[in-house]
Design a protein around this ligand. Sequence first.
Ligand code: AMP
Ligand code: MG
Length: 426
Amino acid sequence: MGREGIDVIDMRKPIPISEAIGRLMAHVPASRVETAALADSFGRVLAEPVVARDDMPPFHRAAYDGYAIRSEDTAPAGAVFRVVGRIGAGDVFAGELGPGEAVRIMTGAPLPSGADAVVMLEQAVQEADGRSFAVRKAFRAWENVSLRGEDVRAGETVVEPGTVVSPGVVALLAAFGYAEVRVARRPLVGVIATGSELVGRHEPLAPGKIRDSNGPMIAAQLARLGIPARSYGIVRDDPDLCLDRVRRALAETDCVITTGGASVGDFDWLPAICERLGARVLFNKVAMRPGSVTTAAVLDGKMLFGLSGNPSACYVGFEIFARPALLSMMGCRKPYPAYARAVLAGDYPKANPFTRFVRAVYRHDGHRPVVASAGFDKSNAVGSLARSNALMVLPGGTRGFRKGTEVDVLLPGAEEGEAEWRIREA
Ligand code: AMP
Ligand code: MG
């Protein structure tokens, strides 16, 4: 790319991660709303609240198998009840329960009119006639009964818009008869791998070549968020080819993520591509390791991310920037990766000026949550990515970190994320 490109690079000033995120989140375009069938709602971001359409449960019902009775009849010690009927879940008892009467009832069946307690099967002492039983204790009103509306009241907002539909939310939607629900349209994301050294997964390796692992990895990171990816293949290091491919991808998708060609050197396309496209660059250097040469830009309501080709930098850049931007585009209220604290299981003597995200294993050692590096931790390492379930955060500074120090941890694979960016940088 010659002198021009290098001038742009020289101008790069690293900004704090939180500032980069702030700029990004202030420029996120809003995605449209569409309707999803209940069966397709899992993983979508709700665009409407889930409002209880009925009381839940919708009637007083037996919490256990046993006998429905009138609690007042249990006042005399050893009271005896006569079984006058039997109802299963889904049935309704026709009559009104009289004094000393009981109805054999199954879990989930509505209490007969007049009844206000359930004697659990194991609390009933059967009489010899086979049609009566005695109780040994007095029952309180509503004992062993699930009260109408005790779980959720009709009209109550049970889930806020902006929530990602979990299996539990699916259960609520189903319980309240939502056959379909309003959700955010998912952005389509175009993924482009750049680098003359890259070959696809079906091609043999040749001297000097490596396989593109970032493209498929980004597609999987998107899939984890329920976002579809479209691959725009591999482009060799040629500014015009890269520009063409980015332009085509931008025309056909809502967001384009490129990987490679992002390190400081001659083959650093993104800043120049953004300039030629007329895209507004939000940042192109961030005070973090790895992933410091991450670029984010916006153009005509679309987003463009230029992630480093280094696999770990690419992974981290996606989770720290692309993830919250894309989730927030869909109105998600918790777009950031889940946050935890844990103590270091080893020493990290390496001093570093910038906040470092280390691929790590987060677990509970029986006493407390601990976190350890997932191994070989150079930014071009792929192996440690596969072993890690977390990113541990070592704040920037000149000192190293000792075993036992408590640190921030990000858990990108957790079901629910955070509403705020909580990492401390210095
Ligand atoms: P770059 O950002 O182009 O300077 O690439 C930095 C390092 O990441 C180089 O060692 C590249 O070979 C490697 N790399 C670039 N793109 C990919 C990719 N798609 N998959 C795996 N490694 C890559
Ligand atoms: Mg390259």
